[in-house]
Ligand binder design. Structure first.
Ligand SMILES: [Zn+2]
Length: 412
C-alpha cells in the first residue's frame, strides 16, 4: 500500500517568502543580501528566530551555517537547504526558496509527528554566491574548504572573510572545522529555482536534476603583430582578431561533433590590443568557458578546442597561450535520490522533467559525501539574478510538497 501523501502549510511558506524578500531589498527592486553584509546578518537573525519559534532546535556551526534540526537524537540526518545570501540586485527566490521550503518541511514533519529512522535538518549555507569565493559553507561542511582559502578570501569592497566573520561573531580560521562525519549524513536534497528557461518553455512544474554540470574556464591569448591599418597589406598581416573570429566560428561545430545536448561553450569576454581603429590588433585576449555533465565529454571538448586554437594560430601566424582559470568536475546526483524524487512525483501525479543543472549549487559539494539530489521549479522566462526572477506560487507549492514527501520517504 502507498503511504499517504502529506502537504506543507502553504500560507506559512508564502508568508516567510514574502517576509525574507523584504530583507536587503533596495528601491530598484533588487535584493542586496551579499554574504555576511548587514542585510545577510539581518536575514540570518530572522531565520534563527523563525527556527526557535517553530519549536525546532537552532544549530549554528563553525562555518556560520544555520540549521533547524528535528530529532537530532537519531544518529544520522536527512538534510535539505540552500543559501540566504544573494548577488547584488538579486531576485527573491534564488537560495531563499531552498532554505524556506526545507524549514517548512522540517516543521511540518515535526507537526505530523511521524516515526523516523533519521533526523531532519534544514540548512542555510554561508556565502554560496561568492562574495568571498562561493560555496564556503557547503565546502566547509563537506571537508573541502582549505585554511589557505579562508585566510586569503577578500570581497571586492576590500573586506576580508576574517573581518566579516568576526563581525558576525565567528572565527574564520575555524571554518574548516565545521566538517561533518559523512556517516552522520544520510541524504541531501536541495530545492532551487531552475534559473533557466527549460521548464517554463515546456510548461512543466518540476525538474529532477540528474547531474550538476562541471566546467573549465580558460583565458586564451593570441599574439601576432600590431601594425598600420593602411599600409599593411591584408596578406602580410598577423591579425590576432582574425584568429579569434575563425576560432569563434568553430565553437558550435566542435560542440556538435564532440559534445552532448548538455554541452555549452561561451566566449564571454574579449579584449583587443592596442585597441585602436587604425591599428591591426596584434594581440587578443579572450575567455572560453565550456560546461558538460560528463567528465569524459569535457576532456574531449578541451582537446578539440586546443586543436582548433592550434590550427587558427598556425593559419594566421599567431602565438597562442592558454591559461586555465578554473576547472570544476561535474557532480552526478545520487540515482537513489533521483529515483525517490521521481517516485514521489509520480505518486503525487506531478509532471516532471529530468534535466542537468547548468548552474553551480551547494548540492554539488554534498554529492561528494552523501547521496544528494535536487528539485527544480520553473523560472518565468528563465530569468534569475535579477529582480524579474519569478515563479508561480502553485509551482513553488508543488515543489515544496514534493520535497516534503521526498524527505519523509528518505527519513522513514
Ligand atoms: Zn542559488
Amino acid at each position: 500500500m502507498m503511504p499517504a501523501l502529506n502537504s506543507i502549510n502553504s500560507t506559512r511558506l508564502q508568508h516567510r517568502i514574502q517576509t525574507l524578500a523584504e530583507i536587503g531589498r533596495k528601491p530598484d527592486g533588487g535584493i542586496y543580501r551579499m554574504a555576511l553584509s548587514p542585510a545577510d546578518l539581518e536575514a540570518r537573525a530572522w531565520l534563527g528566530n523563525e527556527i526557535t519559534t517553530a519549536g525546532l532546535e537552532l544549530h549554528t556551526d563553525l562555518a556560520a551555517n544555520i540549521s533547524a534540526r528535528w530529532r537530532s537524537d537519531l544518529p544520522s540526518t536527512v538534510m535539505s537547504g540552500s543559501h540566504l545570501d544573494s548577488v547584488p540586485g538579486a531576485g527573491h527566490l534564488d537560495g531563499a526558496l531552498g532554505v524556506l521550503t526545507a524549514l517548512e518541511c522540517v516543521q511540518r514533519i515535526k507537526e505530523l509527528d511521524l516515526p523516523l529512522k533519521h533526523g531532519l535538518e534544514a540548512i542555510a549555507f554561508t556565502d554560496e554566491e561568492g562574495r568571498f569565493g562561493g560555496m564556503l559553507g557547503s565546502q566547509a561542511l563537506t571537508g573541502q574548504l582549505s585554511p589557505g582559502v579562508v585566510l586569503s578570501a577578500r570581497a571586492l569592497d576590500g573586506e576580508t572573510l576574517v573581518e566579516a566573520m568576526a563581525k558576525a561573531g565567528f572565527d574564520a580560521q575555524q571554518m574548516p572545522l565545521a566538517e561533518r562525519d559523512p556517516l552522520t549524513l544520510h541524504a541531501f536534497v536541495e530545492m532551487h529555482i531552475e534559473q533557466g528557461p527549460v521548464l517554463d518553455s515546456i510548461n512543466c512544474p518540476i525538474g529532477i536534476v540528474q547531474a550538476i554540470t562541471g566546467l573549465f574556464k580558460w583565458e586564451v591569448t593570441l599574439e601576432g603583430e600590431s601594425n598600420h591599418a593602411g599600409t599593411t597589406p591584408m596578406e602580410m598581416r598577423r591579425d590576432a582578431f582574425q584568429g579569434v573570429v575563425d576560432f569563434a566560428g568553430q565553437l558550435q561545430r566542435i560542440l556538435d561533433e564532440y559534445g552532448t545536448r548538455n554541452s555549452r561553450a561561451t566566449i564571454g569576454k574579449l579584449q583587443l590590443f592596442p585597441g585602436a581603429a587604425n591599428v591591426v590588433p596584434g594581440k587578443a585576449v579572450f575567455t572560453l568557458e565550456v560546461r558538460d555533465t560528463d567528465p569524459a565529454i569535457l576532456a574531449q571538448l578541451a582537446d578539440a578546442y586546443q586543436r582548433s586554437l592550434f590550427a587558427v594560430a598556425r593559419q594566421h601566424d599567431l602565438v597562442k597561450h592558454v591559461a586555465v582559470l578554473s576547472e570544476l568536475p561535474p557532480a552526478p546526483c545520487s540515482e537513489q535520490v533521483v529515483a525517490t524524487i521521481r517516485q514521489q512525483a509520480g505518486a503525487m501525479g506531478l509532471a516532471h522533467h529530468t534535466m542537468p543543472s547548468g548552474a553551480a549549487h551547494d548540492c554539488q559539494m554534498l554529492t561528494q559525501v552523501t547521496q544528494a539530489g535536487m528539485i527544480f521549479v520553473p523560472s518565468k522566462g528563465g530569468k534569475s539574478h535579477s529582480p524579474h526572477e519569478w515563479t508561480a506560487f502553485k509551482d513553488i507549492e508543488a515543489g515544496a510538497n514534493l520535497l516534503l514527501n521526498t524527505l519523509i520517504s528518505l527519513a522513514s
